[in-house]
Ligand binder design. Structure first.
Ligand code: C2E
Ligand code: CA
Ligand code: CA
Length: 575
């Protein structure tokens, strides 16, 4: 809620009980002292500023009912200070200028700067007191009128008029920021019935209670409006993810769901909400309001709230549910690692494997990583999840080594956030101390995005891990922007040609050209090369013919669990 609403709303509610606030700015301490003395005696609350600049700053962060500025001040004179206060401050106070220059030019100048009045030195104190009182009275009267025109008389919240104005500027801001804006229309269930059976007083008290509850829930930057009857609106800006609005509305319906005692009757209050989003549900005030209204009618009697585009709400809900479940997935042992073999084309055998995480969800079955890794990344859950993957993959690999299998290494996918926020060095230190495998048994698969926003710290970590002996593979190679310079500078051992190029390797000349270029590059830079996503014998033969050394794909095997992996190994189907 805008500060001004709270302030003015509260002030009017109790017919202005607080003392009027006056700021005085003068570099002359003697004048300041005098002004303070006189005005305090009149019952005003005084704030002092010792320069024009200080007055401007104070006015932008406080609400005053009057600013008294001396014209002659060293840094910013009274004219300029007056102009800046009037143009920078949303609820600028009226300004009274003090001048010793009683000539027409400076008087004109005073008014053209937005001053309300001026008074000349030497000050006639009784004239001065009257003038100050008149300006403040007029100002509060005007503020009252403005407030009445823009606010609901019962709750003091912005009315429809002000709401439309706020929505309009919110849309403009959102257009610039590329975030979302939500317009939530709120209406109390059975309000009419309550109003008719318990009377208007009861109805008013109910509305005030709802306004108060909603008021506590809105942030300073949002608008809560009471547009008539039992109809409220909320404008929420700066929404980055649709999921966030689900959290907000969940919270709101929680807050609105309350008991209230009216005429000795305990009453259970509930509300319905309709949500429309900018830009997807409308580009202007009218369509956003109409669609919030449509959504509200869909919600009535069915659910606490409804989105205008129901699939949006459904998707966001689905994601939120997954997000919640994912928080406990590790502890509940629902994560499992699958392994996909990587074949050495020269030696015609399984050389290594890539660990790929799966989630055995109690209701949804086996969920592939594409459906939850991005959630994990957004929420930061990727850190515990990634660490779990690293530890378990290494344990499995150590076990296989112990059993005598001749694998060269295990490949593990790591996310950019893990590089930025996780102490990978410490994790691996710990692993190599506890398990009898060497660092060269671990290859970390990273994507170009790790390198793209490569701050110094990230590169540093890559180098440290590499000097420990850990290998690095660049995943999905060819899809991003990794330049040759990057490749030269970074400790990358392996390039994995992205699956999308393998798709066309049989008949698409462009794909063939790209793969040939990548092969040339890899050879020149002495990088190991892996072709991903080999599905057919034709693709396999083609990459062998082109001289790729390693391959991975459904042609040999999908990713399978550890038991199955050994079965694949033992039945080595290799052409
Ligand atoms: P990726 O690293 O590019 O992994 C290869 C994906 O391609 C795997 O999907 C694999 O099952 C699939 N694939 C392998 N061969 C073929 C083929 O011949 N044809 C087709 N169509 N697909 C094939 P998966 O397991 O669903 O993993 C998807 C992505 O999820 C991975 O892509 C990786 O980016 C991410 N991911 C998986 N596990 C982890 C993990 O533990 N940590 C992180 N950060 N990301 C992971
Ligand atoms: Ca990978
Ligand atoms: Ca890949």
């Amino acid at each position: 809620m805008h500060h001004a609403d709270k302030h003015i709303g509260a002030a009017l509610g109790e017919a202005i009980v607080r003392k009027p606030r006056v700021i005085i700015a003068d570099d002359d301490m003697a004048v300041l002292l005098l002004l303070r003395h006189v005005l305090t005696g009149e019952g005003y609350e005084i704030t002092e500023a010792h320069s024009g600049q200080e007055a401007i700053t104070l006015c932008s962060s406080n609400q005053f009912d009057l600013a008294i500025l001396d014209i002659v001040m060293p840094d910013t004179n009274g004219f300029d200070a007056c102009r800046l206060i009037q143009s920078n401050t949303e609820h600028a106070p009226p300004v009274l200028l003090i001048t010793s220059l009683d000539d027409d030019i400076s008087v004109d100048h005073a008014f053209s700067c937005g001053a309300t009045e001026y008074i000349t030195k030497p000050i006639n104190w009784s004239v001065f007191k009257h003038r100050v009182k008149r300006i403040i009275d007029n100002h509060t009267k005007q503020a009252r009128i403005d407030h009445l025109q823009n606010h609901h008389p019962l709750t003091g919240l912005p009315n429809r008029f002000l709401m439309l104005d706020r929505l309009d500027s919110a849309i403009l801001r959102t257009q610039r920021s590329h975030n979302f804006l939500a317009l939530i229309m709120i209406d109390i269930n059975n309000f009419k019935l309550i109003n008719e059976t318990l009377g208007h007083d009861a109805g008013d008290r109910l509305l005030k209670s709802v306004a108060q509850r909603l008021g506590h829930a809105v942030r300073d930057t949002d608008t809560l409006a009471h547009t008539g009857g039992d109809e409220f609106y909320m404008i929420i800006e700066n929404i980055r993810r649709i999921d966030d609005i689900v959290i907000i509305t969940d919270n709101l319906s929680h807050i609105l769901d309350h008991d209230i005692k009216l005429d000795n009757q305990e009453l259970h209050v509930q509300a319905s909400m309709g949500i429309s989003l900018f830009p997807q549900d409308g580009h202007d005030i009218n369509s956003l309001m109409r669609n919030a209204d449509i959504a509200l009618h869909q919600a009535k009697g069915n659910s606490p709230y409804e989105f205008f585009s129901p699939h949006l709400g459904e998707q966001a809900h689905q994601r939120l549910r997954l997000e919640n479940d994912l928080r406990t997935a590790i502890d509940k042992h629902q994560l499992i690692l699958y392994y996909q073999p990587k074949y050495s084309i020269n030696s015609q055998s399984i050389d290594s494997m890539e660990a790929l995480v799966r989630w055995e969800h109690p209701d949804n079955g086996l969920i592939p990583p594409d459906d939850f890794i991005s959630i994990a990344e957004e929420t930061g859950l990727i850190l515990p999840l990634g660490e779990w993957v690293i530890r378990n993959a290494c344990e499995q690999f150590a076990l296989w080594k112990q059993q005598g299998y001749p694998f060269s290494h295990i490949s593990i996918n790591v996310s950019p956030r893990q590089f930025k926020e996780q102490n990978l060095l410490q994790i691996f230190d710990d692993i190599f101390q506890r398990l009898s495998i060497s660092p060269s048994c671990v290859e970390l698969e990273i994507t170009e995005s790790v390198l793209l926003n490569s701050e110094h710290a990230v590169i540093e970590k890559l180098n440290q891990l590499q000097s420990m002996g850990i290998r690095f593979a660049l995943d999905d190679f060819g899809t991003g922007y990794a330049s040759l310079t990057y490749l030269k500078r970074l400790p990358i051992d392996t390039l994995k040609i992205d699956r999308s190029f393998i798709d066309g390797i049989i008949h698409d000349n462009d794909d063939i050209a790209i793969v040939l270029a990548i092969i040339g590059l890899a050879k020149a830079m002495q990088k190991q090369l892996v072709a991903e996503g080999i599905e057919t014998i034709e693709q396999y033969e083609k990459i062998r013919e082109l001289g790729v050394d390693y391959g991975q794909g459904y042609y040999w095997s999908r990713a399978v669990d550890s038991d199955e992996f050994i079965k694949v190994l033992e039945s080595q189907r290799f052409v």
